[in-house]
Design a binder for this molecule. Structure first.
Ligand SMILES: NC(=O)c1ccc[n+]([C@@H]2O[C@H](COP(=O)([O-])OP(=O)(O)OC[C@H]3O[C@@H](n4cnc5c(N)ncnc54)[C@H](OP(=O)(O)O)[C@@H]3O)[C@@H](O)[C@H]2O)c1
Length: 301
């Protein structure tokens, strides 16, 4: 099969498209003929070698954590899914940017989603749901999402709005219209955030979800009044020190099913900034690494 690979850690020039052996699904896993794969921050962080101490991969490695496609084979013990069914889901830290990928967690892809949208829903939705679930009930609460225009942030906005929260999202000015379209009140991140929020939410901000790792956790604690009302999916360095919730993506089919159900209801549609062809994977990684993605980047396989 054709796949993207890198044979050593390094820059985008390490990414090549080549013929590789087909993967086999293990017990409890499925193999999918990939239509579109997601591009996530973890892809370029792992490829660069920057996180090799915490997330080492076997080289050569196929980048990609999530995708959408049609089930092609099932491993031992797998029930409730048919060969030919269209599913979106998650594999390991690597492996998705290929004609065939193995998933350990998946859910039926809603017909309302294009392949691009479904590919953008895997890691972003389980990460956003992990962070939101750590904060407890959202109905009637005012939630701040730090980094609301990114892949995880935009998913968190849509899902929190669907759960009945009033959502304020931080982003650069060029993304304020985008955030309004997702149902959030936009504001700028950085110095003066507490003052801007006081004007936007005179009743106070109850909860905050950080997806940006911009060093603002102490400010978010001051804004909400309690570290227990703050969660981060990104700021590992400060989460434990400051006592906020740290949520990691779980390969959890129940979370994917919840995201898919919101998709069917038209309440969660991953916004796609750009679709790259497989051959332009280096441009996709470079785009992601600039840190200003609006919604999701995906690669058509
Ligand atoms: N814990 C886990 O399991 C897990 C899973 C997935 C992701 N993550 C982590 O979560 C983070 C977000 O991932 P992602 O895929 O959403 O990334 P992304 O799509 O690349 O996010 C980019 C967004 O960050 C915003 N941003 C940049 N600087 C900012 C700042 N100083 N303050 C607030 N927002 C800022 C940008 O908005 P503007 O363009 O408007 O500036 C852009 O929309 C990454 O660090 C990633 O590694 C963790």
């Amino acid at each position: 099969m054709r796949a993207v690979r890198y044979h050593q850690y390094g820059g985008v020039e390490t990414l090549v498209v080549e013929e590789v052996a087909e993967p086999l699904p293990g017990a409890g896993e499925i193999r999918v003929r990939v239509a579109v794969a997601g591009v996530n921050a973890v892809d370029w962080k792992v490829r660069s070698g920057a996180v090799r101490d915490v997330l080492p991969v076997e080289l050569p490695a196929i980048p990609g954590r999530d995708a959408v496609g049609v089930v092609d084979a099932t491993g031992a013990g797998v029930r409730g899914v048919r060969v030919g069914e269209r599913v979106f889901g998650l594999g390991g830290v690597t492996g998705a940017t290929a004609e065939l990928a193995v998933f350990s967690a998946w859910a039926p892809a809603p017909g309302a989603w294009s392949d691009e949208e479904a590919a953008g829903a895997g890691l972003a939705s389980v990460t956003a749901l992990g962070g939101l679930n750590a904060l407890g009930p959202l109905r009637g609460r005012t939630l701040l999402v730090e980094g609301a225009a990114g892949g995880v942030g935009s998913a968190a906005v849509e899902i929190a709005v669907a759960r009945g929260a009033t959502v304020i999202g931080t982003a650069g000015e060029r993304n304020h219209g985008f955030l309004s379209g997702l149902g959030a009140v936009p504001t700028t991140y950085g110095p003066g955030l507490a003052q801007r929020l006081a004007a936007l939410a005179p009743g106070g901000v109850n909860l905050a979800l950080d997806t940006a790792a911009s060093g603002s956790l102490a400010d978010l604690i001051a804004i909400t009044g309690d570290p227990a009302r703050v969660a981060t999916v990104a700021d590992y360095a400060n989460a434990h020190r400051l006592g906020v919730h740290l949520a990691n993506a779980e390969n959890d089919p129940a979370l994917l099913a919840e995201a898919g159900e919101l998709g069917r209801q038209g309440r969660y549609t991953p916004p796609i900034e750009r679709t790259y062809p497989l051959e332009r994977i280096a441009d996709a990684h470079a785009h992601a690494a600039r840190g200003h993605t609006r919604g999701k980047l995906v690669v058509r396989v």
